[in-house]
Design a protein. Sequence first.
Length: 238
Amino acid sequence: WYYDDENIDRRAGGFNIRFRSPEEYEIADCRDYEPFQKNSLPKEQEKVWFIEKRGYRTIVYCNGKQVLDITASSETCDFVDSWNTNWGREAVYFRLVSEEGEPDNSFKFYYIACGSTTESSFYGDYDWPETNPATVPVKRPCQYNENEATKYCLDTGIYSDTDFTNCPRAAEKELKSIDDQMENLTVTNQEDISDELNKVTNESGNKMSSEDVKTSSKNHRKLSSRNFGRSKKAERSF
């Protein structure tokens, strides 16, 4: 069962499995027990289950195979009076209950939270804090401009992938500047552009995306292949 508070009256939905033949599942406060789809479960006797809750949606994996993906709604739920009230709450805790029942005051609440983590990518280094699941994203300033990267803490206590849409990559700005300069490559500025390109490659090489590497390689080849003939100094010596 999921809860939005340490109070057994504050359910936020739930998911139950009956280990019989065939195995049955229940979307608590939504619909009663029914068998999993025929032949959907792995044939191994030993099974490891992973249950993921994303708001109203429940995704179930068995031995790494997805066996259920269902969303609580007025179309899928039979319990008209309770499904939206309970599933509409934000899950912060869960507890495990056996089919034999639950002796008074013997159950334990488990806190659902996304742990703190450090993320290194083409967009820089970001520290994400421990936080509760929420429908609003956690935000961090982009490392290379004034915008923000965002990330959601899901109901399962796992962070979503980071949205870096508004953040430039580590080498993106410098490579764009070099790309623009390459449009007007001359004998006068060739050496400066080459030095700048080498500096960006050396300093940001481990944080360059495949697109950045492609741009850098293209400009390296162009610099190597350009032949401006004799320099002015050489011409004066004749």
